[in-house]
Design a protein around this ligand. Structure first.
Ligand SMILES: *[C@@H]1O[C@H](CO)[C@@H](O)[C@H](O)[C@H]1NC(C)=O
Ligand SMILES: *[C@@H]1O[C@H](CO)[C@@H](O)[C@H](O)[C@H]1NC(C)=O
Length: 701
């Protein structure tokens, strides 16, 4: 233990009335042992010296009791004390022990004898004292920790909880200690097999980390990022859970009478930081009510900061028990590992695409072929089928749906641009989506545009956004994945792609989508939909579009969702009406809107949901194939076409990213139909998984 490492500088105090061969013997021994030695001649100077240095070891000369009262002195020094006796006397040591002496040393000035005595003390008494002190230090740290910590014995009897645990969970120590964990009420929000998963992990001596819903004493569930660590120490009895299995290593590590390593289980609960933020916000709110104006205003500032800082990002463990979640987190939420040298990934499209000439057909909303118009008749319904449109338009769903939706929202009027410009713009944007991607092609963009338009019509959303926000949202949805290479950010970073280098491995794709969208829009007047708007309006619009496109980056997923919940849903629930109109909150609504639109596949009608799941899986499989081919790190190993369970991957995705986000969005925008689809789809994937099927659909009967 590193807390013991400064033992080499042991401090020794010699209390000798006068120098003689015995005191010299100890001085020499200290020098040989590399201990720091000080000498005191009187009880007063001994106490003074001790109170200054707190020696680890005190040696008191008691051969001549007339000099001072060694017993009284030793009581004053709570440390290891050696009591020096003349060699003649053989009395009981009991009074000495009572007086606080740890050892008796019979007079012997031989230097090696002194040295050996010091070594024995160092490795015995002194070390034990250090361990005690270290233990105290650790417990003090536990008591001060902001993280809730619970320690249980191996059979899950609670041994300790710290004050943070008490205040977060609402229990008093006394109500928990001595209870089995199983007796403490559990939240129903956890997956039913979670406890079994955790237990089996702990039984193997492995650490478990992941999201866990705990139930507070008042019955509320809170989401926690929990880390459970089995601790292995010496001594104690162990119930052998592996009876009958022969394991040579475990047999040999066991004592003769079945005594074996004793396990304690430490549960460190790292409450997702939002929880603290909410607590603080509540405290400040309460304080504001009874404060004079200037203080209340200052507290307003504090609240503002708390609501909008980065505090919200949870410290996500990637060691979740579920490999699918793990891979999704690793693949979508991090920017990848260090890149390997020599593996340049060259972007397939170095130059933005120009519109192939055969696609430039005169086209206006009025002369859309009836067959296509028909597939768009119900585009304002959530159940609209974008795949029909994809087929009917020969892979140009974005242009046609864009024309219809932009006209419904009066975008051309707002931008003061001719319909022909909008048409060219839509065409050139669509041309810059890669048709060869199985997921991130223009059908995905059309789908996100559709969802965005749908959300914009919800009453709450309309109340909170201005016309310029609506226009920005529709444009952002249209361009949000333009020129997507069909690979994740992690892949691009690992492969050392030009884009990853350009954007310093941060938000690589999203930065590229936003930048490229403006490049191709403004490069040519023919498709520059911003040409006729005023400079200031352009700046505002551009800012909003960029912000929304960047918000689709998944590393910030929890931050965006949590800010939305804390700054908007919570105040709304307390009917604070002004939350809807502040510019900061409009930004949060827009981010949430495009995020939900971007990953709304699991909330679509079942057939559409299944088709999207097939496409995204195929795109990830292709990435894994290429990683293997090029010797790159495989960022999402579960997405291997030979072994992947698509139902499992969908379940994890829904659990991890979708459920909480759509709960929050539904609470705001009121979307019962989406929630119903989400529920159905989740059950669909669960059903397949229970039948151990890995495919998109059950095999034909
Ligand atoms: C998108 O990819 C799918 C394959 O997953 C393909 O069938 C579809 O035609 C593509 N759509 C577009 C617009 O390229
Ligand atoms: C990348 O990092 C460099 C050095 O810190 C910085 O100068 C540059 O502006 C960064 N580029 C981007 C796109 O963030």
């Amino acid at each position: 233990m590193c807390l013991l490492s400064h033992l080499s500088f042991l401090q020794v105090l010699l209390v000798f009335a006068k120098e003689d061969s015995q005191s010299n013997g100890f001085c020499w021994a200290c020098e040989k042992a590399n201990f720091r030695c000080s000498m005191a001649r009187t009880p007063e100077s001994a106490l003074e010296c001790f109170s200054e240095k707190h020696h680890d070891l005190v040696i008191i000369d008691h051969r001549h009791s007339r000099h001072f009262d060694a017993e009284a002195l030793s009581i004053c020094m709570l440390t290891c004390v050696l009591f020096l006796r003349p060699d003649r006397e053989e009395a009981s040591v009991m009074p000495l022990i009572n007086a606080g002496f740890n050892r008796r040393y019979v007079e012997n000035a031989n230097m090696m004898a002194c040295y050996n005595e010091l070594l024995q003390l160092e490795h015995g008494e002194v070390r034990a004292q250090f361990k005690l002190r270290a233990g105290n230090a650790i417990f003090t740290a536990l008591e001060q920790s902001q993280e809730a910590i619970e320690i249980t014995s191996e059979d899950q009897v609670i041994q300790y909880v710290n004050p943070a645990y008490e205040s977060i969970m609402g229990y008093q120590k006394g109500e928990l200690i001595g209870k089995e964990i199983i007796e403490v009420p559990k939240s129903e929000k956890n997956k039913p097999d979670l406890l079994e998963t955790i237990n089996s992990c702990i039984r193997k001596g492995k650490e478990w980390q992941g999201i866990y819903y705990a139930k507070k004493k008042n019955g509320d569930s809170i989401q926690q990022n929990v880390k459970i660590t089995p601790v292995i120490g010496q001594g104690g009895k162990h119930k052998d859970r592996r009876k009958g299995s022969l394991d040579v290593r475990s047999t040999t590590s066991r004592g003769s009478d079945g005594e074996i390593l004793n396990k304690y289980i430490i549960i460190i609960v790292n409450i997702i930081i939002t929880y603290f933020v909410i607590q603080v916000i509540n405290i400040i709110n309460a304080a504001q009510e009874s404060s004079p104006m200037p203080v209340a205003e200052a507290l307003d500032r504090v609240l503002e900061i708390l609501r909008t800082t980065e505090l919200y990002s949870p410290q996500l463990g990637t060691k979740d028990e579920d490999p699918h979640t793990n891979d999704l987190v690793g693949g979508l939420m991090t920017d990848g590992l260090r890149r390997l040298s020599g593996n340049e990934y060259i972007f397939s499209t170095k130059q933005p695409h120009h519109i192939p000439s055969h696609l430039i057909t005169p086209l206006s909303l009025n002369d859309i072929p009836p067959r296509i118009a028909q597939t768009m008749e119900n585009e304002d319904s959530w159940d609209f089928d974008v795949f029909n449109l994809e087929a009917a338009t020969m892979k140009r769903p974005l242009t046609y749906l864009g024309l219809k939706i932009f006209s419904r929202f009066g975008v051309c009027e707002f931008l003061n641009c001719p319909e022909a410009t909008l048409r060219s713009w839509l065409q050139v944007i669509e041309a810059n989506y890669h048709s060869s991607n199985s997921y991130h092609n223009s059908s995905h963009a059309a789908d996100v545009l559709h969802a965005t338009a749908y959300f914009l019509c919800k009453e709450r959303v309309k109340q909170s956004l201005d016309p310029i926000d609506e226009v920005a949202a529709l444009i952002a949805a249209t361009v949000h994945d333009v020129d997507h290479p069909g690979r994740t950010n992690s892949f691009l970073c690992n492969a050392g792609s030009e884009l990853a280098i350009l954007y310093n491995d941060t938000a690589v794709l999203e930065s590229h989508h936003a930048a490229l969208a403006f490049q191709i829009t403004t490069r040519d007047d023919k498709c520059n939909i911003f040409k006729n708007i005023e400079r200031n309006e352009y700046r505002t619009l551009r800012q909003a579009i960029i912000d929304m496109v960047l918000a689709t980056e998944m590393t910030k997923h929890f931050e965006h969702v949590n800010k939305f919940v804390n700054s908007i849903n919570k105040p709304l629930a307390e009917s604070v009406k002004s939350v809807l109109t502040s510019p900061e909150n409009r930004i949060l609504v827009k981010r949430m809107l495009i995020k939900c639109a971007d990953i709304s596949n699991p909330c679509r009608p079942q057939e559409l949901c299944i088709e999207w799941a097939g496409r995204i899986s195929e795109e990830y499989f292709a990435q894994t194939d290429e990683e293997k081919r090029q010797g790159l790190p495989v960022v999402m190993p579960v997405f291997d076409r030979n072994t992947c369970s698509i139902p499992k991957s969908q379940i994890s995705f829904i659990d991890y990213f979708i459920t909480d986000m759509f709960d929050a969005w539904d609470a705001f925008a009121d979307l019962p139909n989406l929630m119903q689809h989400l529920d159905n789809n989740f059950k669909y994937w669960k059903g397949l998984d229970e039948r151990k099927l890995h495919s998109l659909r059950p095999p034909p009967e």
